[in-house]
Design a protein around this ligand. Structure first.
Ligand SMILES: [Zn+2]
Ligand SMILES: [Zn+2]
Length: 229
């Protein structure tokens, strides 16, 4: 989340995985438009209907688990992962708004790459029928939400997010600034989920249930430290 360590090679890696993921998303869309949705039974239609919120919840839980791992274990000096991942999470606690300087590729490239196996899973589902076919929307929702997790996190830190984003935040479809603000209070041990924030509410209760504690001497630059609602 900070520019240190962001090399041209890493940029090339991000552009490469974005190209692969977008290609697979195109294959998924093509196969979905030709799939025999009309053949699904009632139970299959229920799986389709639950797949979209289910995939979004899966993305949120995964985002929280990964975030918890990197906030909890290791340090910035840990071999490989320290420089590659842990540092960005720890730096984000110190400089929450630094991520706002990153462009679309730097913000989302790595996460988009992580969706490649999910698109493959979705394509595999669409090659089948019955419940296997019905599981396709689960994978597409999971993939899309993982792809834009860092973008959603970034929006939660903006002083003024785009109007459509504010609507999605207000409706609770994506992580709201108020929900995420709970995480940006030392010792940073709650509200790890940064996609929809639904799992935070399941784990820790309503974002309105308690005031945001004010950490002394820190994060005055942090938009997420103020509830937006
Ligand atoms: Zn954190
Ligand atoms: Zn944050």
């Amino acid at each position: 989340m900070e520019n240190s360590g962001y090399t041209k090679a890493h940029r090339a890696y991000e552009l490469s995985v974005i190209a692969v993921a977008v290609g697979l998303a195109g294959v998924f869309a093509y196969r979905a438009s030709h799939a025999a949705w009309g053949s699904l039974s009632a139970s299959g239609l229920v799986v389709v209907a639950l797949g979209l919120p289910g995939g979004a919840l899966a993305a949120d839980v995964v985002s929280g688990f990964i975030h918890w791992l990197f906030d909890t274990f290791g340090s910035e000096d840990t071999p490989v992962l320290g420089g590659l991942a842990i540092r960005t999470f720890r730096e984000h606690h110190r400089l929450p708004k630094k991520m706002l300087e990153h462009d679309f590729i730097e913000t989302n490239g790595h996460n988009i790459g992580l969706t490649i196996p999910l698109w493959l899973g979705g394509i595999w589902c669409l090659a089948g029928e019955g419940l296997r076919l019905a599981a396709g929307p689960f994978f597409v929702a999971w993939a899309i939400l993982i792809a834009i997790t860092s973008q959603i996190h970034k929006w939660a830190h903006m002083d003024v997010a785009p109007p459509f984003v504010q609507t999605l935040q207000r409706w609770g479809i994506i992580l709201s600034p108020a929900n995420h603000a709970r995480h940006h209070v030392a010792p940073y041990t709650s509200h790890y989920c940064i996609t929809t924030g639904w799992a935070n509410l399941l784990w820790y209760g309503s974002e309105r249930s308690r005031p945001v504690p004010v950490e002394s001497g820190s994060t005055s630059e942090d938009a997420a430290s103020r509830p937006a609602e």
